[in-house]
Design a protein around this ligand. Structure first.
Ligand code: ZN
Length: 267
């Protein structure tokens, strides 16, 4: 499977530095499968209604050239080529681009879909933007027991997409957050969404210093988490997966620029 690593949104701020919105475009026999989407064209056209105040406060840059639809056009694909979108979660910087692909079915956990529709807490009202949420008819959600995969006991196999796509429930950042595992045929890619923010989290102990940016992003992670008590355990599981199975598993997050650039160079 050929996989393209795309940056579909950039944030720039003095303390956090430059962070990205890392999306995957996977070429499959059943069309293009996106994992996360960053911001979309409608977000750029109507920022205040679609996104609210938070992206601007976080230093969001809104470049049309970075939207998934424009990135894919640059690779020679049409919007109709995208048949499925797998969302790690439904925050504004992950689902915004979905509306640019009207033929796509959107996959996420049932818990995440319910949380995004309920917007029950003040923080959920900020993170989940009603104008971005896809209609029920385009959603496919997953719940209940799954199957063991990569150390996760209840992985959901996304069999309507075809072989090789799984949701690995990993709540904490949001109620129904999940990592997305893709079997490329040449190893596993695990897109961990916002389950961590800096590459040092999944490096072997002592190998990669977090530095100022890494330490700052851990503070941000706590502020943005729905359940901060889960953060450390999620980090441990992902670090273990990334270090102990590194010959065939690569774990990365949505917003780390270094990981994105390394995977783009790896091709
Ligand atoms: Zn995010």
């Amino acid at each position: 499977m050929k996989v393209h690593h795309l940056n579909c949104g950039t944030f720039d701020s003095p303390l956090a530095g430059t962070i990205v919105c890392h999306a995957l475009a996977c070429e499959t026999d059943n069309g293009i499968v996106l994992v996360d989407t960053g911001f979309g064209l409608a977000d750029l056209a109507d920022r205040s209604r679609r996104l609210g105040p938070l992206p601007r406060l976080m230093g969001a840059k809104f470049f049309e050239s970075e939207t998934a639809v424009r990135r894919l056009e640059g690779l020679g694909f049409a919007t109709s080529d995208v048949t499925h979108i797998v969302a790690t979660h439904l925050d504004f910087d992950h689902i915004g681009g979905a509306g640019d692909f009207p033929n796509a079915t959107i996959h996420t956990t049932a818990v995440e879909d319910a949380a995004a529709r309920a917007r029950a807490s003040a923080s959920d009202k900020v993170r989940y933007r009603p104008a971005q949420q896809p209609p029920d008819s385009e959603m496919r959600t997953y719940s209940g027991p799954g199957e063991p995969l990569l150390g996760f006991p209840d992985a959901h196999r996304l069999d309507t997409i075809g072989d090789g796509f799984f949701l690995l429930p990993l709540p904490g950042h949001t109620k129904g957050h999940a990592a997305v595992a893709v079997d490329t045929g040449n190893g596993w890619l695990v897109h961990a969404g916002d389950a961590f923010y800096h590459h040092s989290v999944v490096a072997p102990p002592g190998v990669d210093s977090p530095g100022f940016q890494g330490r700052f992003m851990r503070v941000v992670e706590k502020v943005l988490a729905d359940d901060r008590s889960r953060i450390s355990e999620n980090h441990r599981r992902l670090r273990e997966l990334n270090t102990q199975q590194s010959s065939h598993v690569t774990v990365f997050c949505a917003h780390d620029r270094k990981q994105l650039e390394e995977l783009q160079q790896r091709g």
